[in-house]
Design a binder for this molecule. Structure first.
Ligand code: SF4
Length: 255
């Protein structure tokens, strides 16, 4: 499923409420530094010179939509950057977040600005600066074990490690939402399961190190590019959340 415009929706999000979507990636293909086996946008396709919208194109599209929503009396809860890939890859991401906050203040001041990110660009100071201008930074970590992270997320950079990602996440001092998709299955002959005891022990340890202000754990919901994946039952998700809730973490489950 690809979004064929810069602004889409609003849609009712399981996690965020009435959400106006923002897509800074190409409208005809996914562009991401991961190639997650469960990605609702499908597999990455090679793109030598992908067309990304300019800052002015984003401004025009968003302002037009916010004016139309205002006229209809629709008040978005959130303006959410996700779309066809990794939004922080846009070279003008900081400028776009600034203009989004400006337009939000003008047309729907109660809406929050959220970014769903796979966290691979957090080493760039301007990306961290942009994320800190938003109300919600929803940052992905699908496993605290390198081999599993690589099997699930298939990073384009084969050197990427969980340690590197958690070092970047630590720069937010807990002021973010940690997002993890739990799943089981197989891909290219390899077993995938980030719900085993070993996996959860490592993941809980990272959660305790990072102390995110919120956790969003979820299961696959729509069609996935890898067919051999199974949904984790709700009871298992509750069992995964329970020890964290006992410690006082705010854990939401989308299952
Ligand atoms: S990080 Fe998100 S957009 Fe990128 S491959 Fe994974 S699910 Fe898809």
């Amino acid at each position: 499923m690809l979004f064929n415009s810069i602004v889409y929706g609003p849609i009712h999000s399981r996690r965020l409420g009435i959400s106006l979507g923002m897509n800074l990636m190409p409208t005809d293909k996914k562009l991401c530094t991961f190639n997650c086996v469960y990605c609702e946008c499908g597999w990455n396709t090679p793109a030598l010179y992908p067309h990304l919208p300019s800052v002015e194109e984003v401004r025009t599209a968003l302002e037009k939509k916010l004016i139309a929503l205002q006229a209809e009396g629709v008040r978005p809860d959130v303006i959410t950057f996700s779309g066809n890939g990794e939004p922080t890859l846009h070279p003008d991401f900081l400028a776009i977040i600034r203009l989004t906050c400006e337009l939000r203040d003008r047309y729907c001041p109660e809406a929050k600005v959220s970014v769903l990110s796979n966290a691979t660009q957090l080493g760039r100071p301007e990306v961290r600066e942009a994320l800190m201008l938003c109300e919600n930074r929803i940052l992905k970590l699908d496993s605290a074990i390198d081999e599993t992270m690589r099997r699930i997320d298939q990073p384009l950079n084969p050197q990427l490690t969980v340690h590197q990602i958690t070092q970047w996440l630590a720069l937010f001092h807990g002021d973010f939402t940690l997002q993890t998709c739990f799943l089981r299955g197989r891909h290219q002959g390899n077993e995938i399961d980030n719900t085993t005891e070993e996996e959860l022990r490592a993941w809980y340890r990272v959660v305790d190190e990072l102390k995110p202000k919120q956790l969003m754990i979820y299961i696959i919901d729509r069609a996935t590019p890898e067919q051999q994946l199974e949904k984790i039952p709700r009871e298992t998700m509750e069992r995964i959340a329970a020890p964290l809730r006992e410690k006082g973490y705010d854990v939401s489950i989308s299952a």
